[in-house]
Design a protein around this ligand. Structure first.
Ligand SMILES: Nc1ncnc2c1ncn2[C@@H]1O[C@H](COP(=O)(O)OP(=O)(O)O)[C@@H](O)[C@H]1O
Ligand SMILES: [Mg+2]
Length: 420
């Protein structure tokens, strides 16, 4: 997080485990943490299959999180319960083991053991009750956050209407106010908090239904919200089209009539019409020609400035996100391994995986290209975590790296040498 910026999205210990059989789980996202400041562009990078898309999908509630929380504007919208269940299990086991030991001691004549067992059991039942309460609250937030939010919007609108009505005695004006607000309230009733976070998908061809016109595709979100007013919908669709550099005449056409770059513009329009605060752009340019990539990135930059958006930009290589991102997080097998501002990450990459990603970027410089060596990352050879497990540690302000103490000291020295 950049200093003193309002946090708009906070992801905390997020885990998404997929059941792959009776005993095996795939940890697609494993203890993922990030705080996004309002207006920030956060680049999330890592090789294919490392869990980037799953992270995005879990944040927007397409999947139920296994564990961890997501807060949007301070309201918890995602709340997994596994960690609470695990805590109950581990506490039960710990207390059982201790009681067993105490029983042995009691047999050997320890008169205080009985009392200790009683205290332990009491503490355990308190702990279980606390965790059950956590589970209950998580389930409420996960299911009801949208209802709570829409109820709040509706009551705000009703209060607004009341205030405005009191200011006028003109019957015609009152009727118009009531009509306007009836529509606003109808929309607010179906509003979901998570709609304010929109995702743009990777493949602009597969993600647009070929049988739908551009108007239908872009308006879909509004229709799901229960809006039926055709005039209102048309107006919003045209507005969205113009915002992304298309024209209103495009509304009647079908996706196949457009180029890849234009299709991704339609994808952006479909998100923008929902009036989001946060956009998760999942490799939005990976399927496009290099010449078109810059156009789509510029477009995202424009809508970001115009709408004050916060963007999580997902990519599988660093070259695409270098200039666009304020901060970059590098992901490897479900975990962030390095997090820093874009400038810092490129100037002083520390984690060997980040270095390997950087070594993969070609530059239009034949001398450099001749010398460029691809670094291959091999976690088994790079790290010895037999004595101490790694965790995310801050090495300089805002620069975090996944490492244990020994590595931390090594990276620190390396960084000092580089900065000299
Ligand atoms: N719905 C799913 N069920 C089971 N496994 C999944 C599912 N979605 C993704 N995965 C697996 O989770 C891992 C992360 O996938 P994904 O998030 O798509 O990675 P990325 O977007 O970084 O390429 C992969 O191993 C993938 O096969
Ligand atoms: Mg993906």
């Amino acid at each position: 997080m950049q200093n003193n910026k309002e946090v708009i999205l906070k992801v905390e210990h997020l885990c998404q485990y997929f059941k792959m059989g009776p005993t095996y789980e795939l940890k697609a996202v494993d203890d993922f943490n990030i705080e996004l400041g309002k207006g920030e562009v956060f680049g999330l990078v890592g090789e294919s299959g490392c869990g980037k898309t799953t992270t995005g999908r879990t944040i927007i509630k397409l999947y139920d999180a296994t564990s961890g929380n997501v807060y949007y504007k301070g309201q918890r919208i995602v709340a997994g319960i596994r960690s609470y269940k695990d805590k109950i299990k581990s506490e039960k086991k710990r207390v059982e083991d201790e009681i067993e030991k105490l029983r042995e001691e009691e047999k050997l004549g320890d008169s205080g053991a009985k009392e200790k067992i009683k205290t332990l059991k009491h503490e355990l039942s308190k702990e279980i009750a606390a965790q059950k309460e956590n589970i209950k609250l998580a389930k409420i937030d996960q299911k009801k956050c949208d209802k709570i939010y829409s109820a709040k919007l509706v009551s705000q609108l009703k209060a607004e209407l009341k205030e405005k009505r009191e200011q006028t005695s003109n019957q015609e004006e009152i009727e118009k106010l009531e009509k306007d607000y009836a529509l606003k309230i109808q929309i607010a009733k179906k509003e979901r908090l998570v709609n304010e976070i929109q995702m743009i998908f990777q493949d602009p061809i597969a993600s647009l239904d070929p049988r739908m016109t551009v108007r239908e595709i872009i308006a879909e979100g509004l229709i799901i919200k229960g809006i039926k007013d055709k005039e209102y919908i048309d107006e919003r669709v045209c507005e969205a089209l113009e915002k992304v550099g298309l024209v209103r005449e495009h509304a009647n056409r079908y996706p196949h009539e457009f180029s890849g770059g234009q299709r991704q513009r339609i994808g952006v329009a479909r998100s923008v019409i929902m009036n989001p605060s946060v956009i998760i752009a999942d490799e939005p340019v990976s399927a496009l020609d290099v010449s078109i990539q810059a156009q789509v990135i510029n477009l995202l930059n424009e809508v970001r400035n115009e709408l004050g958006l916060t963007i999580m930009f997902i990519a599988h290589d660093l070259s695409v996100i270098k200039y666009f991102s304020d901060r970059i997080g590098v992901m490897y097998f479900g975990k962030l391994v390095e997090l820093a501002t874009s400038d810092e990450l490129f100037a002083h990459p520390l984690h060997p995986y980040t270095r390997s990603l950087l070594s993969a970027i070609p530059l239009p410089d034949p001398v450099y290209e001749k010398k460029r060596k691809r670094i291959v990352y091999n976690p088994i050879a790079e790290h010895d975590y037999s004595k101490e497990q790694p965790s995310m540690r801050e090495i300089t302000e805002g620069h975090f790296i996944m490492c244990n103490t020994e590595e931390f000291n090594k990276y620190k020295k390396q960084l000092e040498a580089e900065k000299k």
